[in-house]
Design a protein around this ligand. Sequence first.
Ligand SMILES: Nc1nc2c(ncn2[C@@H]2O[C@H](COP(=O)(O)OP(=O)(O)OP(=O)(O)O)[C@@H](O)[C@H]2O)c(=O)[nH]1
Ligand SMILES: [Mg+2]
Length: 285
Amino acid sequence: MSNIQWFPGHMAKAKRLVCESLKLVDVVIELLDARIPISSRNPMINEILGSKPRLIVLNKSDLADPVVTSKWQQFFKNSNIECISVNSVKGQGVSQIPTIVKNLACKGSENTKRRGFSKIVKCMVVGIPNIGKSSLINRLSKRKSAKTADKPGVTKGKQWIKMEGMMLLDTPGILWPKFDDPEVGMKLAVTGAIKEQVLDIEQVALYLLNILYVKVPNKLMERYKLDKLSEDRFELLIQIGRKRGLLLGGGVVDTQKAAVLLLKEYRSGKLGAISLEEPEDIEVV
Ligand SMILES: Nc1nc2c(ncn2[C@@H]2O[C@H](COP(=O)(O)OP(=O)(O)OP(=O)(O)O)[C@@H](O)[C@H]2O)c(=O)[nH]1
Ligand SMILES: [Mg+2]
């Protein structure tokens, strides 16, 4: 498996922006992908945040297995970090955030400064590209102030958005310079955090196909109307392409198009709500 590397100049800038803004805020919302809570956790952000009060929000919970998501919530709570799960598009779970953030801000000001904090709580939302930071802010503020789109790198600078009792800071998504584990890069690619231009889409689709084959073979059979799944992953991709009529000349399957289709269907939940990692898979926290 080749290692995806992705840390263009604008990400270094985004990291500086998060560092500088940290001084200005009472609380940080660390947004993670409910399907890959560990792989979507930026180790750099963890260092930057230090002891700042934080809430972990597992977003895109509609695309993850709810049983696995509950386990993740417990996993973070066991490490004394507040954690909830939400769907920022439909709004599920979002209404609990203001109260939790205000409580965290109160605690933070008692412990660190021994003085009150301003009534307006300042909260920064951080996370990897395309995770849903701007969508969450729009949901919380009940306005479409922040630009959102189904691709990474949409928010370029910081933007403060006001809501009742709170100021929210939207930030650009940040990845880190090197993925020590190539699987982390693959999972980020599968879920859409890395720009497609730098990816080998077929390789990413084969990685996903491997997980789906092991975890949810029935869902693959149902979705693509396959009686039997080929054990060879590339053959399986060909089976899917053929079923969907994605052919080049001479009846040859266009595996590139099949790869794009599989990723698109997984990302939009058409294959079901499927988590790609579980707390049991993680050896070291
Ligand atoms: N299914 C689902 N899609 C979501 C959810 N939250 C956000 N999205 C989608 O994810 C895509 C990215 O959302 P954004 O809010 O632009 O993400 P961002 O983190 O601000 O991205 P950058 O600004 O590029 O770093 C959009 O297509 C959203 O509709 C969610 O809870 N569930
Ligand atoms: Mg954004």
